[in-house]
Write a protein that binds this ligand. Structure first.
Ligand code: NAP
Length: 251
């Protein structure tokens, strides 16, 4: 087991964009911590597939919206892999299609807790480990936002769009805060990507409906987002921080 390999945590890494990021990262030589919320079968199958391909990965259950879970997840990574080098803040949820005047406080609280506070808590723990101010050796963070932040999601999920708007501001602020401490922080704003998130929000036909409004006339793949994430985390992006890379087929 090589101790020199870089360590990456991908939140929500068991399925969709997160899983593609884990697969690509393992191929690039990272030791990958695959966080998941409840779908243990998906995360475990992914870890096994990575191991079969000669990579190294570990599945870790935890709700990013729970501070206790986040603390325990980072401690597990410290013990298993050693100091973290990179974080992909990917875990995120949508909810059923609704107007703002129909949204309950419980829905809003869940949306912000997972999408916003979850990413901020994970970034906090990553900075504590990576910042030269805390004795770390630097690192990189990529936050998965959405082009919904600028489209607003009217009639569908304004709460989700607003949660991604918060991620955009957080990316700029944190990037500037830790730029002198060896940490780069960037965001990716995907357009419509073919994953199970649309069905989880009660819209299994969303890709088919929406692809016509995309200039490229198709949804993107999880792998197309993963490729952008891996670039932003790599040394090839060494002068890129506070950026928000749109990967949305021109939309
Ligand atoms: P997905 O296929 O629904 O997968 C979501 C992943 O997040 C799953 O692994 C899930 O874990 C995990 N997750 C959910 N809640 C969590 C929590 N509280 N704590 C930890 N993990 C949690 O979604 P996706 O499409 O890949 O989306 C990934 C990211 O891309 C999200 O931030 C999403 O907002 C963003 N995005 C997606 C699109 C798109 O069109 N797909 C577009 C723009 C932005 P389990 O497997 O255990 O359920």
């Amino acid at each position: 087991m090589s101790k020199s390999k870089k360590v990456l945590l991908v939140t929500g890494g068991g399925r969709g964009i997160g899983a593609a990021t884990c697969r690509l990262a393992a191929r690039a030589g990272y030791r990958v911590a695959v966080n998941y919320a409840s779908n243990e079968a998906a995360a475990t199958a992914l870890v096994e597939a990575i191991a079969q391909a000669g990579g190294e990965a570990l599945a870790i259950k935890g709700d990013v919206g729970s501070e206790a879970d986040v603390l325990s997840m980072f401690e597990t990574i410290d013990r298993a892999f050693g100091p973290l080098d990179a974080l992909a803040n990917n875990a995120g949820v949508v909810d059923q299609r609704a107007r703002v005047d129909e949204m309950s406080a419980a829905r809003l609280e869940r949306m912000m807790r997972i999408n916003v506070i979850g990413s901020m808590l994970c970034a906090r723990e990553a900075v504590k480990r990576m910042s030269t101010r805390h004795g770390g050796k630097g690192g990189a963070i990529v936050n998965i936002s959405s082009i919904a932040a600028r489209l607003g999601g009217p009639g569908e999920y304004v709460d989700y769009a607003a949660s991604k708007g918060a991620i955009d501001s957080f990316t700029i602020g944190l990037a500037r805060e830790v730029a002198g401490e060896g940490i780069r922080v960037n965001a990716i704003s995907p357009g419509i990507i073919d994953t199970e998130i649309h069905a989880s929000g009660g819209q299994p036909d969303r890709i088919e409906r929406m692809r016509r409004v995309v200039p490229m006339q198709r949804a993107g793949t999880a792998e197309e987002i993963a490729a952008a994430a891996l670039w932003l985390l790599s040394d090839e992006a060494s002068y890129t921080t506070g950026a928000n890379l749109e990967v949305g087929g021109g939309r």
